[in-house]
Design a protein. Structure first.
Length: 388
């Protein structure tokens, strides 16, 4: 098989870099690094529910975050995406949909806080949200104040209906508005990589989307995830590349593919925002989303995003340096047949005595010696922790 032909071109990212050039760095104080000092973890309504959000759904999801063990595993934010808002009051205050949120957003925030969780909300830097609800353009400071008064802890700000606007300028306005709101609020920039947000994002927000939307297919997830190589230098405590939210458990990928999704997002130090129905998820989905050894890689205090160290055709090896000298390694097989993959100790600078652990299956594998070989299933991964 010609493996080369299986490689998905990483065009999105390189085109964005070439076309956009280097955006001017922002001046002024950046977002707080104490917020999102490791990649944010939580849940977001969009991937599963789209516009079908409500007070009832958010409360039930918050309950499920706790009862499923997601909270104990580190998931914290419960984020309402598009469609919660309908209009503006005469004084310009944003108004929540009274049918879907009869008690208002503050009541939902209070409920979520009582569970020891945090509430996130969504708006758009342009004139309307992507679903044509009122955007925050020219209401940036007013909206930030409103969110703070409701007890919102996280804001995702989209980029629809923003023709003629400059994301560097508009998102800086939000940064300042959130800073003045009187409440620490995680700031998620969602402009799909337009104008290379990894260049100005670190001094503007806590995370920034690097690509267009994910969907629940292996091809789309893989195109996005494996195209993140090269962006690792822009990530760190308080500022993260965001390859979009998780699709784990939504049904469009098989077990190997979701394991690849979770392992790759962990190695990428990507935000882990589950996007499935936590109330009804299978034991297999729950086990993957709450895999403590995989999450520990994502949340590792060294806070370094992983990168690709080897590729041959559609077989790739990625490494994420960990605190205390360890490394997480992903052996990824993007082909449609199982392949034996070999990790040479020299490739990752490991001593022959360095020990290996399989993180997805929780198994010690002994010393690496000169190399380690494993059969990696089609579209699958073997994820390892290599001790110092
Ligand atoms: C897109 C965004 C999605 C979701 C959607 C809502 O622009 O990338 O994550 O928020 O808008 O309309």
């Amino acid at each position: 098989m010609n493996l080369r032909s299986k490689i998905h071109p990483l065009s999105l990212l390189s085109i964005a870099v070439v076309m956009c050039g280097v955006a001017a760095a922002q001046t002024g104080s950046g977002p707080s690094a104490t917020l999102a000092s490791t990649p944010p973890m939580g849940w977001n309504s969009w991937n599963k529910f789209g516009c079908d959000v409500s007070d009832k759904l958010i409360r039930e999801i918050a309950d499920a975050v706790v009862s499923s063990g997601m909270k104990a595993a580190g998931y914290q934010y419960v984020n309402i995406d598009d469609c919660w808002q309908v209009s503006r009051a005469e004084d310009g205050t944003i108004v929540a949909d009274a049918e879907r949120f009869p008690n208002g957003i503050k009541a939902v925030a209070d409920y979520v806080h009582d569970k020891g969780l945090r509430l996130g909300i969504y708006t758009d830097a342009g004139r309307m949200t992507c679903q044509k609800r009122p955007g925050s353009y020219e209401h940036e400071f007013q909206d930030a104040k409103t969110y703070a008064s409701w007890g919102v802890d996280y804001v995702k700000i989209d980029w629809c209906f923003a023709e003629g606007l400059d994301p560097v300028v508009q998102y800086a306005k939000f940064r300042d508005a959130l800073a003045q709101s009187g409440r620490p609020i995680v700031f998620s920039i969602c402009n799909w990589g337009v104008k290379a947000p990894w260049r100005w994002g670190p001094t503007t927000g806590n995370l920034w989307r690097t690509t267009g939307d994910i969907n629940d297919t292996y091809d789309r997830m893989a195109v996005i995830g494996f195209s993140q190589n090269g962006l690792e230098k822009f990530a760190g405590p308080g500022h993260w590349n965001d390859p979009d939210m998780l699709e784990v458990g939504n049904g469009g990928m098989n077990r190997n593919e979701y394991r690849t999704h979770m392992a790759l997002w962990a190695i990428l130090a990507a935000p882990l925002l589950a996007g499935n129905d936590l109330r009804t998820m299978s034991a297999e989905t729950k086990e993957l989303l709450t895999n403590s050894e995989v999450i520990a890689v994502n949340q590792d205090p060294k806070a370094v995003q992983g990168h690709r160290v080897w590729e041959e055709g559609a077989l790739e090896i990625w490494v994420k340096p960990l605190a205390h000298g360890g490394q997480a390694v992903g052996l990824f097989n993007r082909t449609e047949a199982a392949f034996k993959m070999t990790l040479e100790a020299k490739l990752i600078g490991a001593q022959p005595s360095a020990t290996l652990r399989d993180l997805l299956d929780h198994k010690d594998l002994g010393a690496i010696k000169g190399s380690f070989t494993a059969e990696v299933p089609e579209h699958g991964v073997v994820m390892l922790r290599v001790s110092k």
